[in-house]
Design a protein around this ligand. Structure first.
Ligand code: MN
Length: 225
């Protein structure tokens, strides 16, 4: 009889601690900065936020060297503030949402933009465009809630591609957590990617991507040529 497999829980680093943060689920919010919503052809008129997810084992540490993802010729970078939840809840009021946060980090929502465009056009799910292997590089967590403002940037081979500010979010972090908790019961270990500022664009094989948010550890990954 085949052995029952042993499955490891994915984890991410915590700045200043040897313990690691166990990742339970990864949720992402779409088009949460007005300039990015416009560049994707949407109206950023404070439409209700929408969510999608990635598998927990899509997380990748800073310093990783990654195979270029399969089945895409238009891999895009999206730098995002990530919050990690230390507590859960359903229908969490906005005023209580920050209390669920264990820590925050900078992440990259890697996207097969060509597959996403096809999915949008055909009214199909985004899973294979967003939730593929190694699609969620995340830097080490800084304990505590994130600041409401501060630079969020992304460079490809040193060239500045995204240059935003956390204060440009349409829905702030507490509002995002509150809205998400109406759809699912949030739980410790959940990560929330909170959307990307303008300037998303392609990554080519061989390139290095560096994402930074002021006050937290950067995340850098290189793609094999
Ligand atoms: Mn995104």
């Amino acid at each position: 009889m085949m052995d029952v497999p042993k499955v490891e829980v994915p984890t991410i680093a915590i700045a200043g601690r040897t313990e690691r943060f166990p990742v339970r689920r990864i949720f992402c919010v779409g088009q949460n900065y007005a300039d990015h919503a416009r560049e994707m052809g949407s109206n950023p008129d404070r439409e209700q936020p929408f969510f999608f997810s990635k598998p927990a084992d899509a997380v990748v540490e800073s310093g990783a060297v990654l195979p270029f993802p399969s089945l895409t010729s238009n891999l895009h970078h999206e730098v995002e503030l990530v919050v990690a939840l230390g507590a859960g809840g359903t229908a969490v009021p906005v005023a209580d949402a920050e209390g669920l946060i264990f820590g925050h980090a900078v992440g990259i929502d890697l996207t097969r933009r060509d597959l996403q465009a096809e999915a949008k056009q055909k009214g199909r799910p985004w899973d294979m465009a967003k939730g593929f292997d190694r699609s969620a590089p995340v830097g080490a967590l800084t304990p505590g809630a994130p600041p409401a403002s501060g630079a969020i940037t992304l460079r490809v081979d040193g060239a500045l591609r995204q240059d935003g500010d956390l204060s440009q979010m349409i829905w702030n972090v507490a509002e995002v957590i509150s809205k998400l908790s109406a759809y699912v019961a949030l739980a410790p270990g959940d990560l929330v990617f909170t959307g990307t500022p303008a300037g998303v664009g392609p990554i080519l094989p061989g390139e290095t991507v560096l994402a930074e948010i002021a006050g937290t550890a950067p995340v850098e990954v290189r793609f094999l040529a």
